[in-house]
Design a protein around this ligand. Sequence first.
Ligand SMILES: NC(=O)c1ccc[n+]([C@@H]2O[C@H](COP(=O)([O-])OP(=O)(O)OC[C@H]3O[C@@H](n4cnc5c(N)ncnc54)[C@H](O)[C@@H]3O)[C@@H](O)[C@H]2O)c1
Length: 295
Amino acid sequence: MLSNLKNVVALITGGSSGLGKSTAEYLIKQGCKGVVIFDLPTSKGKQVASELGKNCLFAPGDVRNVDDINQTLDLIKKEFNQLNALINCAGISVAYKTYNFHKNVAHSLEDFEKVLMVNTLGTFNVTRLAVGLMAQNKSQSINLSHTNNASKDFQPINPQIIYKQNYNKKPQPSSNLMTNINRHFSQQISDNGIHHEAKETNTEKMENTDAKIVEEKGVVIMTSASAALDYNGQSGQVAFAASKAAVAGMTIPLARDFSDNGIRVCTIAPGLYLSYPSKLKASRSVLRQRWQTIN
Ligand SMILES: NC(=O)c1ccc[n+]([C@@H]2O[C@H](COP(=O)([O-])OP(=O)(O)OC[C@H]3O[C@@H](n4cnc5c(N)ncnc54)[C@H](O)[C@@H]3O)[C@@H](O)[C@H]2O)c1
C-alpha cells in the first residue's frame, strides 16, 4: 500500500504541529489522494491544511471525544470514500516529579490522568473507531519484495523472524502471511525491550516465504516514546512514560485483533526531538521552566 501513496487516504491526529505536521507535508508531497488533519479546534490545523492544498482537510476535534472522531470519519467517507492509514501523533506531556520534596507537593492526579487520557485513551479511541472505516476498503495487493528493498531497517517480513503461533487462536490459512507481517511490525517495538520472549522462529511458517504479494486494507501507526522503553524514562516523566508504555503495550494485541482483516499495526518510539527551528527558542525556555518546576 505504502509503495503507491497516490491511492492512499490518511488520517493524522495531532497533524497541525511537529511530527504530525511533518507527516502531513510528506504525504501530500508524495501525492497522497487525501490527508485529513485531526487536531484541536484551537490548533493551527485550518491554516496548515489550507497551506497544503486541496487534498488536505482539517477536522477539528479532540482525540478523547467520540463524536468528534465519528464526524471526522463521516467527512472522510464523504470526501474520499476510503481510509487507508491512521497515524496517531496527538500527544501531550507534563514534567513533574512524583513528589516534590522541596515543596512537599505530590504529583497532581489531574495531570497524570490528563496525559493518560490524551496519549493512551485518545490513541485507542481513534484507532478503535477508524479501523471500522478501514475495514470497508477493498484489499490492495502489496509487493513485499519491493518494500523490502525500500528500507532494510523496516522490512515488513523476514522469514527468519516470523513469530511462533504461541497463542490459542490459530489464524486462517488465507491470513497467515498477514498475521506474520503484523507480528513482525510489532517486533519493531519488541526489539526495544518488550515481548522479547515472543520472538521465535516458526519452521511451520517457512513455506510462506516464497509469497511476495499479500492483501492489505490499511495500516495504523501509533507514537510511543523512547521514554517508555528500555529504562529511558527520566525523572519528571512518570505520566508521559506510563502513557507511552501503554501505547507500546497495545501494539501486539491490536495487531492480533486486526490481522484477519488485513490491517497492520506498528508503533514508533522517538527520542527527544525539536521538529521545527521556530520551536527551538520557545522550547528552550519551556524546558528551563519545566526543569525549575520539577526540582
Ligand atoms: N517531541 C518529542 O521529543 C517527542 C518524543 C517522543 C514522542 N513524542 C510524541 O510524538 C507525538 C508528536 O509530538 P510532537 O512534539 O511532534 O508534537 P507537538 O507537540 O508539536 O504536536 C502535538 C499535536 O497534538 C495535538 N493535540 C494535543 N492534544 C490533543 C487532543 N486531545 N486531541 C487532538 N489533538 C491534540 C496538539 O494540538 C498538537 O498539534 C506525540 O504523541 C508525542 O508525545 C514526541
